[in-house]
Design a protein around this ligand. Structure first.
Ligand code: PGA
Length: 263
């Protein structure tokens, strides 16, 4: 796992957007896995800027979002369908036919989850999965105890998640108790993973998932099993890591290795 520690939210957003942009430039028809929440908003803003000012082309990409609340229709202002339109899709040249966000307002959730997984397979699998992390260590809505083999399914939300997400709703009781989420197994199959985290409130869980043992009690620890995972943090989120000196040295010197192997 590569750990990149940046100075603040702005730099974290700039670096993660640049990593995503590089992948899009390299593979125009890339399949992206996308996340919602406060963390990626700055990254999406920077991607919009790169699209507008540098012509980054989204026309051939396909994207699959991680999750959606059960019970919220796609036009609901707290739905993740709405979030993605507001924060990214309405501002870049994506083809709406290639955009997949789980539907939470559905008659047959089981059938939907099966269908969603099939669409990911049909698209050739996810090339780059973008993730945030919850205070309980979740990726997507894979709450503590989620199997590392899990696929897209309905998951009951954990107490901390409901508390954290209550800020978007007028009352805590309005926060949906269930979500449709890609599984940990779905996420782990992505060819590359980029997790971003900022703020002091994430410092404990960031240290645990990067430097602690692999456990389904903290589903982000599954990234330790990924073939290619990069974590971009701001100073505050990185403040409880023990090996920062090493991560910073690698970041500053990795060109030496790349040169040696002739890449
Ligand atoms: P946040 O959520 O970006 O709003 O902190 C992250 C998550 O719950 O995955």
């Amino acid at each position: 796992m590569e750990v990149i520690i940046t100075s603040d939210y702005e730099e974290m957003s700039r670096i993660s957007a640049e990593l995503i942009a590089q992948e899009i430039r390299y593979k125009h028809d890339i399949v992206l896995g996308l996340a919602t929440g406060d963390t990626p908003v700055g990254t999406y803003q920077e991607l919009i800027r790169i699209h507008k000012e540098e012509g980054l082309d989204f026309s051939k990409i396909t994207s699959f979002n991680l999750d959606e609340y059960v019970g919220l229709p796609p036009l609901h202002p707290n739905s993740y369908n709405y979030f993605m339109k507001e924060n990214l899709f309405n501002h870049v040249n994506v083809n709406p036919a290639n955009i997949y966000v789980p539907q939470g307002h559905i008659e047959d959730p089981e059938h939907f989850c099966f269908w969603y997984e099939a669409q990911i397979q049909k698209a050739g699998g996810i090339d780059l999965q973008v993730l945030g992390i919850g205070r309980d260590g979740h990726i997507g809505f894979n709450e503590p105890g989620s199997s590392f083999a899990s696929r897209t399914r309905i998951k009951a939300l954990y107490k901390e998640t409901i508390e954290d997400n209550a800020r978007f709703f007028s009352h805590q009781d309005d926060v949906p108790r269930f979500a449709v989420t890609m599984g940990v197994g779905t996420i782990l199959e992505a060819r590359k993973i980029l997790l971003i985290a900022n703020g002091e409130k994430k410092a404990d869980i960031v240290a645990e998932f990067i430097e602690g043992p692999v456990t389904s009690q903290i589903t982000a620890t599954a990234l330790q099993l990924s073939k290619s995972a990069t974590v971009v943090l701001d100073q505050e989120a990185a403040s409880k890591l023990k090996r920062t000196e090493y991560y910073n040295w690698v970041r500053d010197n990795k060109h030496l290795v790349q040169k040696k192997v002739g890449r």
